[in-house]
Design a protein around this ligand. Structure first.
Ligand code: 5GP
Ligand code: MN
Ligand code: MN
Length: 320
């Protein structure tokens, strides 16, 4: 698939076709980093009619605010309706593209970059590798194959993707090749200490207190080897925090040695929960997430749960 995808991009840039880049809803560091890294590479190649976007409101979580390439972002309702070429990033299913999923139909051609075990198989050219640690790893290969030199701006975006999805080189897909890529990215002059601090180690005091509260109400179900907790809209309101501060909270319970599965239920509406699941050891949480309408990886997955928190937990226990 590589040669067809690379040829499609070269011909689109040569013809100065319109190119739309889309990443998944509630973008994380891998979604945004892989998309903005490739976006800047396409601009370097000569593309002048290019937009990057994601579904939902165009709010950039604080940790990503200084990311290079953000100037290429447009709100979803400003995104071109019929791009000549569509490229998607880190989205395992069409539903992860929200309203922008229609561009799969309206675009002239499409390229999909993804690394989820739960990838559902959409798009014309599928650059999909479930053994890749991050979509940013696939994006780096694309940049290389396009013949674009890695500059510091592209590298910083890809580095954010790599550290986000490997948990700073801790997770199982952290191969020698991932470290070699990281070395090349750091060689461009990016400051890994500064980038890591911004992504992982920056929280307001309100968020610290919120974390404490949510962690203190965690429940361990010894028989099921399950640990879980709930963060409500009221918690966010009381501590005056935006929803994205909850992104790192699952790591506060995934470390529980008495559990194989950790779940965090993040309330997004009275009867709607964004559920993060993490596995330890032999557990495969992606199978649970897929059974409940979501997706992800063996040790990190998620889905949208409906009903009360207790009802969602019952669904999880049943699926487990
Ligand atoms: P997180 O818990 O960090 O939000 O997500 C962990 C993993 O699960 C990510 O790889 C993400 O793509 C996947 N994931 C999380 N929520 C959903 C969801 O609602 N649907 C699908 N398909 N995947 C999800
Ligand atoms: Mn992602
Ligand atoms: Mn990813």
């Amino acid at each position: 698939e590589w040669s067809a995808a690379v040829a499609a991009i070269h011909s689109a840039v040569t013809a100065d076709d319109t190119i739309l880049l889309v990443c998944h809803v509630n973008p994380d560091g891998d979604a945004l980093g892989s998309m903005l890294g490739v976006a800047q590479a396409l601009v370097a190649l000569g593309s002048t009619r290019l937009q990057a976007t994601f579904p939902g409101p165009l709010t950039i979580p604080e940790p990503f605010a200084p990311m290079p390439g953000l100037h290429l972002l447009v709100a979803e309702d400003q995104a071109m309706a019929r791009p000549d070429l569509l490229i998607t990033f880190d989205a395992a299913s069409e539903s992860r593209l929200g309203k922008l999923r229609d561009r799969l139909e309206t675009s002239g051609d499409s390229i999909v970059l993804d690394h989820h075990a739960s990838f559902t198989g959409f798009g014309r050219h599928q650059l999909v590798a479930p053994t890749s640690a991050a979509t940013a790893v696939i994006a780096a290969e694309l940049v290389d194959r396009l013949g674009v030199a890695l500059d510091r701006s592209i590298a910083e975006c890809l580095y954010v993707g790599v550290i986000t999805d490997t948990g700073s080189f801790r997770y199982e897909l952290t191969t020698p090749a991932v470290h070699r890529l990281a070395a090349r990215l750091v060689e461009t002059g990016i400051n890994p200490g500064e980038v890591s601090q911004r992504i992982f180690d920056s929280r307001t005091f309100g968020a610290v207190k919120l974390y404490g509260e949510v962690l203190s109400r965690a429940v361990l179900e010894t028989e099921k080897r399950l640990v879980w907790t709930v963060a409500t809209l009221d918690d966010l309101k009381r501590h005056d925090q935006p929803a994205h501060v909850l992104e790192g909270l699952i790591d506060g319970i995934r470390c529980t040695v008495e559990a194989d599965v950790a779940c965090l239920l993040k309330q997004v509406a009275p009867d709607e929960w964004s559920v993060s699941m993490r596995g330890r050891g032999g557990a495969d949480v992606s199978r649970v997430a897929i059974a409940l309408g979501g997706g992800g990886h063996r040790l990190a997955a998620g889905f949208t749960g409906r009903g009360s928190a207790d009802e969602v937990m019952d669904q999880i226990r049943a699926a487990l």
